[in-house]
Ligand binder design. Structure first.
Ligand code: MN
Length: 291
């Protein structure tokens, strides 16, 4: 018998937050919500037409034990890290970064006349992967496949799959799906889900509703976490609905979180703090070419 569609269980309007060196953003969820979104830790939405809100950026800072996923909708974010990667994350590009045992990086939004906006999602690593070798996928917009249907739906597949199309980000421990879905005005749209996985959606713009027991409208900026069940069924309002669809396998492991470092217990946080003080935090750097 087919499972009934998943219902919205919790709604998060987003909280204005000052982050980095003074970036104004909206935080959808974070450490107070642990473990509701397991394996996802945090979702920030940045974006403003006023450069003063973002130019301070996120200067050099460490991460350990997580993956950070930056998706730029509009504008440009300059980045650099201790693996030797550097460049620009431009409109429609995604950076999927696995901090593993440790990375120090910066993320600096550039002045843009057309506005600047995007997302950062933090994905937890299983305990056995937290001290792994850092890895980095930089994907430009044209490397992210888009599936379109006769009904006018458009789905960009970053990770996981939609229909027969698989996203370019593969081999992530929590088996995530990360889609950017556009449903035309008054359109309906159904996405299958994996039983037992955590599933949430963030309305980017427009409005709509989801099947289930809470059918109240979901508007741009709102994040909704679904309960257990079968597919997620969206119904777009009169101006259409664009949303992020994110799914992943829960880890069900203890979470010890201090700022940009997320481990399993407090002693690992103390070790990270000591290593940062002693200059022993970075275990893997780009290979040094000796002359
Ligand atoms: Mn960062």
């Amino acid at each position: 018998m087919p499972e009934p569609p998943r219902s919205i269980m919790h709604r998060f309007p987003g909280v204005p937050t000052l982050e980095g060196a003074g970036v104004r953003l909206r935080r959808s969820f974070s450490n107070p919500e642990v473990p509701l979104f397991d394996p996802f830790l945090l979702l920030d939405r940045f974006g403003s037409s006023n450069p003063e809100d973002y130019l301070a950026g996120f200067p050099w800072h460490p991460h350990r034990g997580i993956e950070t996923v930056t998706y730029v909708l509009d504008g440009r974010v300059e980045h650099g890290d201790t693996l030797g990667n550097s460049g620009i994350i431009g409109s429609g590009d995604v950076q999927w970064m696995n901090s593993g045992s440790g990375i120090i990086h910066q993320e600096m939004p550039q002045r843009s006349d057309g506005g600047m906006s995007g997302f950062q999602l933090w994905v937890n690593l299983p305990a056995r992967e937290k001290m792994s070798v850092p890895a980095y996928h930089g994907l430009t917009s044209n490397e992210i496949p888009e599936v379109t249907s006769d009904a006018g739906d458009r789905v960009k597949v970053v990770a996981g799959s939609f229909g027969r199309v698989e996203g370019p980000v593969r081999g992530i421990p929590v088996d995530p799906t990360y889609l950017d879905v556009r449903v035309p005005p008054h359109g309906t749209f159904e996405l299958p889900t994996v039983p037992g996985y955590t599933v949430f959606a963030h309305a980017i713009d427009g409005s709509g509703s989801f099947a289930g027991t809470d059918r109240r409208p979901v508007v741009g900026g709102e994040t909704v976490l679904f309960g257990p069940g079968g597919p997620v069924r969206a119904e777009a309002g009169e101006s259409g609905l664009r949303f992020l669809f994110v799914e992943g396998r829960p880890l069900r492991e203890p979470v010890a979180w201090y700022g940009p470092i997320v481990m399993n217990d407090r002693s690992e946080l103390l070790t990270a703090a000591r290593e940062l003080r002693n200059g022993e935090f970075i275990k893997h750097r780009r290979p040094v070419v000796e002359e």
